[in-house]
Design a protein around this ligand. Structure first.
Ligand SMILES: O=C(O)CCC(=O)C(=O)O
Length: 273
């Protein structure tokens, strides 16, 4: 077992100082190059089981605040809440305040130590306004999220936020797992390459090469995908028979403030280091 494997398996026994060095130079360079990084088994099986149980309890009946598949208007989504499957939950919102376990995960050394390295700052804050949710994809009624960068509707001093996506079960293309386009966080795209809702236009040949370079972020329970807010990504429908559940939080550094009066400044950000 390598040192980095041993560190990961030890989980919460790490000190803050050790966690601030959990990512080695190769991983940091990979994140800088690709705009995302996968850490395997960062959340232990017991934590994943507990989080999954809380989520299942929150799905039937669906506990507000939440967004339904019909609300997203993505390809494949039911046309309205009244349509068949229209009340299928897509996002359970305000994950941070739903249960202390979400808070302890979002503030954990495993997460925050790595963010301090990736974001090169000791002062990290969690946004209550973006992501901060449990993403679910249900069999039967799920939709496809087309190619986008998350920051397109966000307003901060700089587009330099990082999201932390925790898988609570297997994630792969068949159940709507994430697809990432490496390196797009450093590229600028002419407005003409994006559609009205700022998704990459799939009808343009110049976007096809980019889309063809996408890679699947295959995850298992406990794996964590760290990704930059400018990295283009997409995800398909869930064609399996099991619900997919993931927990997602977004973080900024202390010197990258939300613009007053925007949705990004709606609720205060929470210091986590
Ligand atoms: O699960 C999905 O469909 C993708 C979610 C996503 O990319 C997002 O909410 O930004």
């Amino acid at each position: 077992m390598t040192l980095s494997h041993r560190k990961k398996r030890m989980g919460t026994h790490l000190t803050q100082a050790q966690d601030d060095q959990a990512l080695d130079d190769v991983q940091l360079a990979r994140f800088a190059r690709d705009g995302y990084l996968i850490e395997r088994g960062l959340a232990g099986p017991e934590l994943c089981r507990e989080l999954a149980a809380i989520i299942d309890h929150s799905l039937d009946p669906a506990l507000a605040p939440l967004e339904y598949e019909a609300d997203v208007h993505y390809p494949g989504a039911p046309g309205s809440r009244d349509a068949q499957g229209g009340l299928t939950p897509r996002r359970l919102l305000h994950a941070y305040t739903r249960h202390p376990l979400f808070q302890s995960w979002a503030r954990s050394r495993e997460v925050v130590g790595r963010l301090r390295q990736l974001m090169q700052s000791d002062r990290i804050l969690l946004s209550q306004n973006h992501h901060n949710c449990i993403m679910t994809k249900h069999p039967g009624f799920s939709s496809m999220t087309s190619w986008h960068e998350d920051v397109r509707y966000w307003s901060f001093d700089r587009p330099e936020l990082v999201s932390v996506w925790l898988a609570l079960g297997n994630e792969h293309p068949e159940n709507g797992g994430m697809l990432m386009i490496p390196g797009t966080h450093t590229q600028a795209f002419d407005r003409g390459r994006l559609d009205a809702a700022l998704f990459l236009r799939t009808d343009l040949e110049e976007n096809q090469g980019l889309i063809n370079s996408a890679v699947t972020a295959e995850l298992e329970a406990g794996d964590v995908l760290f990704f930059h807010c400018k990295t283009y990504h997409a995800a398909g429908m869930n064609t399996t028979t099991a619900v997919k559940r993931s927990v997602v939080f977004t973080y900024r550094t202390e010197d990258n403030n939300p613009i007053p009066g925007t949705r990004s400044a709606n609720y205060p950000d929470v210091p986590v280091s």
